[in-house]
Design a protein. Structure first.
Length: 218
């Protein structure tokens, strides 16, 4: 089964059946719902790359659904195709204004729909790749900034500890030998952490407590 998921939002039973059969036959993982409200509920567990929605539906039509989908950051890259009997330029402009990515006029020709879906999946994948690149770049820049910000006070701390130690008598140094050891080892660990931040190239996240994630630093 193709990992590409398609959500069909259509109130007409015959059209739902035909679209579902067409997509399943072409190895897409399809999910079918009857209106926009059901579509929004389905998105809690189903993550489609493409949504195919009829413009005219009861309870919540395709246009309203599209407007909600495109207003949410987590759904913005979903490619939204509106199915409509409305062929006027004014209607298409209205659809574009709420963020629809594509239009198909009913009755839909199967091969054209499949071609639009393939195009939508490519665009979805590219957008996600760009988001990942931008996200990683932001992490690298932030890590480098933090590294430099820590490095300045750390250098002052190292100098202060060195001067303080040099001013003490040999006896005092001996008495506080364990304390100085802990301080110097802690400084080494911070230096290692700072170097890792400044030289970070490929950010990698790891699981942390309570479902949170943290940046993996070797």
């Amino acid at each position: 089964m193709n990992e590409d998921k398609i959500l069909i939002v259509e109130d007409e039973e015959d059209t739902r059946f035909i679209l579902n059969r067409l997509l399943t036959k072409n190895n897409y993982e399809a999910k079918v719902v009857e209106n926009g409200e059901e579509a929004l509920k389905a998105l809690n567990q189903f993550s489609p790359k493409v949504i195919i929605a009829d413009w005219t539906m009861p309870r919540m039509d395709g246009l309203e659904l599209c407007n909600i989908i495109k207003s949410k950051e987590e759904f913005k890259t979903i490619y939204f195709i509106l199915l409509t009997a409305r062929a006027s330029l004014k209607d298409r402009v209205t659809g574009l204004d709420v963020g629809a990515d594509d239009f198909l006029v009913k009755p839909v020709e199967n091969q054209e729909l499949l071609a639009r879906i393939r195009s939508g999946i490519r665009i979805h994948n590219l957008q996600n790749e760009l988001k990942s690149i931008e996200h990683n770049k932001a992490i690298v820049e932030l890590a480098c900034t933090i590294g430099h910000q820590i490095n300045n006070p750390l250098s002052s701390l190292i100098m202060t500890v060195h001067e303080f130690k040099s001013e003490l008598s040999a006896e005092s140094v001996s008495i506080h030998e364990e304390d100085f050891y802990i301080i110097e080892e802690s400084i080494k660990r911070i230096q290692k952490f700072v170097d890792a931040l400044k030289n970070l190239q490929s950010p990698e996240m790891m699981d942390y407590a309570l479902g949170n994630k943290m940046l993996k630093i070797d």
